[in-house]
Design a protein around this ligand. Structure first.
Ligand SMILES: Nc1ncnc2c1ncn2[C@@H]1O[C@H](COP(=O)(O)OP(=O)(O)OP(=O)(O)O)[C@@H](O)[C@H]1O
Length: 251
């Protein structure tokens, strides 16, 4: 059973079509990367996957359960990092992580060691007693990732998680995500960084203009060229559908 399954997901914001019939699955033990240009629909897809946005059409299942029916047990197995990292600015890093772990169902008897573990994992110890609102952007991003990871979720959904991280943070996160997948967890991660994706992904789906236009081999040569070729082919196919006569005139 897939940890996450999207079927025929469609959405528009007013008259702007943003997702057009997306199918996507993330299996246990797999890092599935989603790459695409700015505005391609990555965040919208992830928000729909997490029940933060109700799509116009299509279905979302988390561990086989329709997202609308997901109960606390299902959500306790999900971790996410979307948009601006969530943190209470007036609480310390430790207090934030404590709250995140409790909200994800970690019992109070285990929350102390859970927080210790994730503070160490994200190398947040020097800032653990600082208020989150006083942290640098990169360290706030680390707190957001720590909140997503603290309760050891079986499905992680991360939207551009390396954006503000320094090279050591990027390397740290890479090892953490590979560890989650090695332990049988499922990871969906969006990124613009093809080289980073190639290092961690088992599958790479390309999203373009709200549609999955193909998969890239993460171990293939020249991922960037393959990505642009795929996107341009999708654009050409869309033009051929919109203006069939211009194609006939050329051929
Ligand atoms: N709440 C909203 N209201 C109206 N339009 C929106 C809203 N959220 C997103 N959009 C539009 O939907 C499209 C897809 O946006 P989305 O944020 O999903 O793209 P993305 O692939 O995550 O982009 P980026 O790489 O820049 O983060 C864009 O054209 C965006 O302007």
């Amino acid at each position: 059973m897939s940890a996450l399954e999207l079927r025929r997901l469609s959405h528009r914001f007013r008259d702007l079509p943003v997702l057009g019939g997306v199918d996507l699955q993330v299996a246990p033990g797999e890092v599935h990367a989603l790459i695409g240009f700015n505005g391609a629909g990555k965040s919208t897809l992830m928000r729909a996957a997490l029940g933060m946005l109700r799509p116009d059409d299509g279905t979302v299942r988390l561990f086989g359960v329709p997202v609308a029916d997901a109960d606390a047990d299902v959500w306790s197995r999900v971790g996410h990092f979307i948009d601006t990292p969530f943190a209470y600015p007036e609480l310390t890093v430790r207090e934030n992580l404590w709250a995140a772990a409790r909200l994800h169902g970690v019992p109070s008897s285990r929350v102390g060691p859970t927080v210790d573990h994730v503070v160490a994992a994200l190398e947040l110890a020097p800032w653990a007693r600082r208020r989150a609102g006083t942290l640098s952007l990169g360290n706030r991003q680390r707190v957001g990732l720590a909140s997503a990871l603290a309760h050891r979720p079986r499905l992680l959904v991360l939207d551009e998680p390396t954006n503000a991280l320094d090279p050591s943070g990027v390397a740290l996160l890479r090892e953490l995500l590979l560890g989650v997948a090695r332990d049988g967890g499922a990871v969906l991660v969006s990124s613009h960084h093809l080289d980073e994706v190639a290092r961690i992904a088992d599958r790479v789906s390309v999203i373009h203009a709200g549609a999955i236009v193909g998969e890239l081999d993460p171990h293939g040569v020249d991922l960037e060229r393959a990505f642009f070729r795929m996107v341009h082919a999708a654009d050409q196919a869309a033009r051929d559908v919109a203006e069939p006569h211009s194609k006939e005139a050329v051929t």
